[in-house]
Design a protein around this ligand. Sequence first.
Ligand code: AMP
Ligand code: ZN
Length: 498
Amino acid sequence: MTTIKLHNTRTRKKEEFAPLDPENVRMYVCGPTVYDRAHLGNARPVVVFDVLYRLLRHVYGPDHVTYVRNFTDVDDKINARAAESGRAIGEITAETTQWFLDDMAELGALEPDHMPRATQYIPQMVAMIEDLIAKGHAYEAEGHVLFAVDSWREGYGKLSGRTVDDMIAGSRVEVAPYKRNPMDFVLWKPSDEGQPGWESPWGRGRPGWHIECSAMAYELLGESFDIHGGGNDLMFPHHENEIAQSCCAHPEGQFARYWLHNEMLQVEGKKMSKSLGNFFTVRDLLETGMPGNKGVPGPVIRYVFLLTNYRKPMDWRQASAVLAKRRLDIWASEVAHQDHLRSELNSDVEAFIRSYVDQNIVDALCDDLNTSLAITHLISLAKSLEGSSRAKLSSDQVEQANKRLLAGCALLGINLFSYGDFEDGVMLHPTLSDEVIRERIVSLVWERQDAKKSKDFGRADEIRDALTKAGVVVVDTPQGPEWDVGPDFDPAKLEALK
Ligand code: AMP
Ligand code: ZN
């Protein structure tokens, strides 16, 4: 069987993945708080763990993987949204949950096997909190229930690599008078009349945020399961607290064995987030994210995500989307008229992948989800279908290459047959058939590269500006600069550059 290697945050090592039960590989990923449209950053973990889900299904079989991702539908941000809009909480959470599912489906994300909502699991949370109190890991104070970190000093902080004392020194946690230790965190808190609340042994109240994941993971996956994922902004305190709650309530289990964290999506070097106000939504991009306010097709957004491996920060750049779109346009037009492949793929995508996928692509993903390498393999596969290389292939070899291209894309979550938004025919920008202009651009792109190498950033920027003004898009990739001409391409504007 193929071996998957994953970087485990808990051990800080890349490890061979060995599930507890290969008949039922179990994964939990923290999902969104539903009060607004998902921003592009929220989509990153969805795509990352969708790739992992698809890989696990490929390796262990589609019926042998259970993927759970929750919806947080009780939260003070939701209460605030209801208060300011005058709308009912249930209406807001139902609407945003559906928006989230629609937007993520456009990015090619499969729905997890279970999508529990926090409000459906309140009795299980209350039971877990009672159990924690009974075992001496939690205490009631002024209508609140708090987890006592001192009761589990040996484990608390291990995931993120801090001790309780470091955390106290470096934190800005609210030091409420009723806390025994400033790091103690809320399991249950009282609700006022106007706030959502449930009856409990500690009065009418609502759960703290962290307990929901512990309770739902236990109910749906058991006391020990294989993979837990989420953004690395959740590692502390959220995941640390999940571990404390689950390991103390169920000391017979291990909770999650492999912890995977995706790095953040950034805008100009800063995490994209609602609180920083530097965000745009997935919907904005799908509708108006391309030059000329055209929409970016979902698979193009997904492709751009996959160009950066999940443990590296990534920037969203429109230029990358323009290039990605051109590439997918070419690939989709390559297979568009192969109706027999369309019906074979669409009748059973996973069987199609198993029959035709290129092992190099599987191996790349098995190496801690090296999606950028998987795409490099797809690019070279597609290149073998171009121009003079294609002329050397028999029709049977072309068909084989088409199948491998389709299967590789499908494993990454891109169905080239449902990517309908392309201009048929490979030459999208006929101006580029002009060899003189092509050579001029190539030499400028490489001159810029050399200028950067010799630290002549003035010249490098001058060239980049001139190319941008002329409508040429340049993207620096680990394999070197790539370029293409955008829809506003005007070669005359290159003349000004000496
Ligand atoms: P939230 O709605 O803030 O609770 O976040 C939901 C999910 O999106 C979590 O897994 C976060 O780690 C993730 N997330 C939030 N912002 C970003 C970002 N800028 N880049 C990547 N993931 C993010
Ligand atoms: Zn969680």
